[in-house]
Design a protein. Sequence first.
Length: 138
Amino acid sequence: MALPSGLAEVVQGEEYVARFLFSSNSYNAAGVKWTAFDPNPVNGETSVFRSPSEIPESLWDAGRELSRGRVNSLHGAALLQAESVFDAGLRIVPSEPPAAHANINGWPVSANDPAMQKARRIELAKLLAQRATLVVTP
C-alpha cells in the first residue's frame, strides 16, 4: 500500500532521510552536529523527509516552506541512510502530510532517570550525526 505521496508505507533501510537544518548551531565545517537530530522535547520525535540519495529541488522547496515564519532560514540538510537510524535502535514512521514527511521515534524514555535518558538520547543523536552527510542549501 502507498501513502498519498506514492511512497511505501514502510521505510526501507536503503532509503535516505533528510533532516532540515534551520540553525547554524546544527552543523559546522566538520559536518553535522548531534543537536541536528535531538528529538523535539514536546513529542519526542525528530522530523525528517524521505529523500533520494541527492536531495531534489522539490524537497528543498518543502524545506523552504517549513522555514517560513521561523526566526532562522533553511541552511541545509543532514542526509542519512535509513539503515543508520535502524542500527541505532530507532524507527522511522511516515507522517504525511506534507509529502514524504516522517518522524524518527523510539528515543529512550525514562521517567525514573531523566539524566540517563538525556545522556542516551545524546549518544544516539551523535551516532546519527556521525553517519550523516551535510548538504548545504543550493
